[in-house]
Design a protein around this ligand. Structure first.
Ligand code: NDP
Length: 475
């Protein structure tokens, strides 16, 4: 990959003294992160993951879990009791033979959906226009550049989906539901291999100085070796997280709705659940460049945790509540449907507003209003791994003055709202909500530790002003 130079002097927003270089296709600058600091980084990450044994355990268990959850919903009517009965009579091997083995390498049909979809997303990333946008400065002092064409790609994808399915009759969306287990099986295999290739790439051909190994191959596999890997100009994390995982989410929902329509006609529960999620995902792509400044991108490396998570966990677990609805067409009635939909939309809007407040304060260097007033901010300084001193603004008013991660509450409320239409015949549709509660609680603790370490006394000052992590007065 060639490198070119662009001196930017001062960033006008956060990370004020950032000098960077870029050739505009997403290259980097400056940084020299020592292997030692990478190892320390990895150890910290490992520690926050609980213990050294948890990462390998997750690598072993999560792929199987994604298959079993999907299998239970599609083949066992979403009944955990049927699953337990099956394990009781056939044992764990029997479960493997039923729930995974038949789908382990996908099927010809599954690959015929996956490969053109992936290729289409890669093409859209490359050809659609978008403003070049700087990502956050990395620990090694690099500044990645992205093309902001997420929302356009999202609308083009939806148009292509409807055009190919209902205009050109190239495929039947309900057929994707019929081959869903094969699709998840295929994605499982390809993602596990892909994560291994990512380690090899990080070791042999790293894209930037933000790379290194922890010394343990297993941990490297779990966490990854590179922060911003790129191949032929394509940003891997943008592809796996946004353009494959997040982009696939609405398409799967539409396929489940099409299958329900074919079997029973469309229920109001399906409309409410899919409607809230489509608004949430549209918001995500509208804010995609903001996502490039979150923990997933700034801190977590491209490995199993992130990439497998987005390639398999999102299509399977994040859509599981609506997958369940396909064969459970509950009729909520207008008042309940409107109530759930309203709660969902308000939650999505509050979550978006919190993300927006943080972004606007940093983009304007605090010269804006939050809830009609000048924002309360803390100018927090820190050093990069190369020893350069930099500063960031911490917002201590608006949603960020209510608690330090208040935005996780509307995130969870929205997830609950789009799961509730499944009602209460099975606990499985609530698995995503429970998982997200654990993920976000862990994330708030992890982010707090990271920010305390990064900003030291400035973070302590913020904690004094805003004492609770997520729930005001409680936690
Ligand atoms: P956050 O939006 O919480 O951002 C965390 C980073 O923001 C910190 O590391 C720090 O970075 C900076 N920061 C922290 N406090 C402040 C402050 N007071 N003022 C300004 N900057 C601050 O990151 P997340 O990635 O957790 O969340 C982003 C969005 O994604 C949210 O809407 C969340 O709900 C959603 N999300 C959804 C998930 C899902 O699976 N559905 C999972 C996780 C998140 P710096 O180093 O730049 O200072």
């Amino acid at each position: 990959m060639k490198r070119a130079t662009e001196k930017s002097g001062k960033e006008n927003c956060h990370d004020h003294e950032t000098k960077n270089t870029s050739n505009g296709t997403g290259q980097y600058v400056n940084g020299k992160q020592s292997t030692k600091s990478i190892i320390e980084d990895a150890k910290k990450f490992s520690y926050t993951q609980g213990a050294a044994v948890i990462p390998p355990l997750l690598v072993f268990l999560c792929p199987a879990f994604a298959m079993v959850l999907s299998y239970t919903i599609v083949k066992l009517n979403g009944s955990p009791y049927a699953l337990f009965a099956m394990v009781k009579s056939n044992g764990w091997i029997g479960l493997f033979q039923n729930a995974w083995l038949p789908y382990i390498f996908g099927s010809k049909v599954a690959w015929c959906y996956i490969l053109p979809y992936a290729a289409f997303q890669l093409i859209l990333m490359r050809i659609l226009p978008g403003k070049e946008t700087k990502g956050p400065i990395t620990p090694a002092g690099n500044v990645p550049i992205y093309k902001a064409n997420g929302l356009l790609s999202y609308f083009v994808t939806l148009a292509a989906f409807f055009g190919c399915a209902y205009g050109l009759n190239l495929f039947d969306p309900a057929d994707i539901y019929d081959h869903y287990l094969e699709i998840i099986g295929a994605m499982n295999v390809v993602s596990l291999v892909f994560c291994a290739l990512l380690i090899a790439k990080g070791r042999i051909l790293p894209s930037s100085t933000d790379n290194g190994t922890s010394g343990s191959v297993l941990f490297d596999y779990y966490w990854g070796t590179e922060l911003y890997p790129r191949v032929l100009g394509w940003d891997i994390k943008m592809f796996t997280n946004c353009r494959f995982g997040m982009m696939g989410w609405p398409l799967l929902l539409l396929c489940y709705a099409a299958k329900q329509h074919q079997l029973y006609g469309l229920s109001d529960s399906m409309l409410v659940s899919v409607g809230i999620q489509l608004i949430y995902i549209t918001k995500f792509f509208h804010w995609e460049m903001g996502y490039m400044k979150t923990l997933d991108i700034m801190h977590d490396r491209a490995g199993f945790y992130l990439c497998w998570g987005c390639l398999v966990w999102i299509p399977s677990v994040y859509t599981s509540h609506t997958l369940y609805l396909t064969n459970h067409p509950n009729q909520l009635g207008l008042p309940l449907a409107i109530a759930i939909f309203t709660i969902g939309i308000i939650s999505v809007l509050i979550n978006y507003d919190a993300d927006r407040q943080k972004e606007i304060v940093r983009n304007t260097n605090g010269n804006c209003t939050i809830w009609g007033r000048k924002p309360v901010t803390i100018l927090a300084s820190y050093r990069t791994t190369t020893g350069e001193k930099k500063t960031s603004l911490l917002l201590a008013s608006g949603w960020w003055g209510v608690s330090r991660h208040f935005h996780y509450i509307p995130e969870l409320m929205a997830a609950l709202a789009w799961s509730l239409p499944a009602l209460f015949n099975s606990g499985l549709p609530y698995f995503y909500f429970v998982f997200l509660t654990i993920l976000l609680t862990h994330r708030a603790i992890r982010d707090d530790g990271r920010c305390r370490e990064k900003y030291g006394k400035h973070w302590e000052e913020y904690c004094k002003q805003v004492p609770k992590k997520i729930v005001p007065f409680l936690f």
